[in-house]
Ligand binder design. Sequence first.
Ligand code: HEM
Length: 513
Amino acid sequence: MGKEFTKEEVAVHNKEGDLWIIVDSRVYDLSEFSDLHPGGLAVLLSVAGKDATEEFYSLHRQSVIIRLGSKYEIGSIKGAEPKIPLQQPGDISEVPYAEPTAWQGWHSPYYNDSHFKFRSALRKFVFEEVYPTASANDESGTPASIELYKKMGGFGWLASRIGPGKHLKGFNLPGGVKPEEFDYFHEMIAHEELASMGINGYQDSLATGMIIGLPPVIHFGPKWMQEKVVGPVLRGEKRICLAISEATAGSDVANIKTTAIKSPCGKFYIVNGTKKWITNGTFCDFFSTAVRTGKGPGGISMLLIERGDGLETKKIKTSYSPSAGTSFITFDNVKVPVENLLHKENKGFQVIMYNFNHERWLIIAGCLRSTRLVVEECFKWANQREVFGKKLIEQPVIRNKLAHMIGEVEAVHNWLESITYQMNKMGYMEAAVKLAGPIALCKLRCTRVSHYVSDEACQIFGGRGITKTGMGTVVENFQRTYKFGAILGGSEEIMADLGVRQAMRTFPKGAKL
Ligand code: HEM
């Protein structure tokens, strides 16, 4: 226990060079810090020697006190107890609607003990290993390091992000979950927890390329390729991405132009062309790449291409994130051994389609988690921000905004859980037939909700919602990044169309009003 002071003892330290304040019963000596304080000296002098709890929390996020507080804390007020809980690594939020209902005390048919342990372990890991450097790395455009990949690999997180299956064998999974008990709800949690940081671009620097680039190897690669690639990638030693989109072919996959022509000796494909918006491409070792080996949609093949001669990656500057390693790739007479074919020649479309539902589903999980985080931020802010003499939450217009935001997020989350339950129950073929439409529509709904929540959150946060640092940092990041989910993995328009076309397949012939 630190030193104890009375309020009167603190009160005499009230000038430049001898400046103490009280925040939530803790006493801070800011004499040395006042010159360095980003908010300046004058504001500190206005509360010098006093209790500045209200002033502090109206201007700073709690992370400031967690990060810097211990450096300046000298003791506490005699007989007083802190009233504001400091968030600890792994804490589950008690703010209403800040967590899925099962984590807020509701009964759930979907989760068991292992899911709770799994989430707690991941959350602790994020806040201890990833979060401390995430913001600065995102700002400077520095992708997650290979060391962090290895840590995530050793923790079993990378393996947890591509579903249940044989690839989990031999891995220790977070929270002591056994590979045989792992299901799609665990995987959903694995995506959610990374998104819980609220730094969306940096979150994507952490293996988003892998979660879409590795499944083609797992499901369609020959044995030698699986041995060479799957283990090292899941342990974080090597990195892989999916290279499909081109400048003239995004959602329109059938239109890709990058060619792969067999060499006269028949041992190689010679690849020429470009790829655009390839997540993690700047730092990957392997590229699961769509190439043209024939005409039309039936003339596409998938190749595993290793970084080497003729393959170059350049960073693309997106508003989304400089740290996700989003890249423009050029293939200039790249020699790829024919053994690197995934599945069969001209059957690449099947490989691409195989993982589409899974990709869209995990986009929903991540996107919805960051949307929920934004709702939590708004709820907290509304409870601490005072305008026109009262807290925002006391304004009916703000309560109305929160009500709609909460309702939208809960609705999509319930739909997502219901789909995830079906994924656990159905085999691949049944899921492909029955879930493609609902997943597409759920993704559409999710990103529309993100759009709505982002807009309302910016209104609630005002200028802070468009300021990178400080109270609105999460809201600012979100309004700059949520759009990514509305485009990646099939745009909203494609999702809407696909969802209804799929429904038409089972529409009863002759059904009339
Ligand atoms: C333990 C005590 C304090 C520490 C460690 C601290 C630290 C900081 C830091 C790191 C920032 C930059 C925040 C960011 O951009 O994220 C900041 C900003 C600021 N601080 Fe403090 N501060 C303390 C106490 C106070 C108090 C008591 C007041 C007011 C009475 C105050 C007023 C301000 C203001 C006005 C800003 C600028 C806010 C803005 O740009 O919106 N600070 N402080």
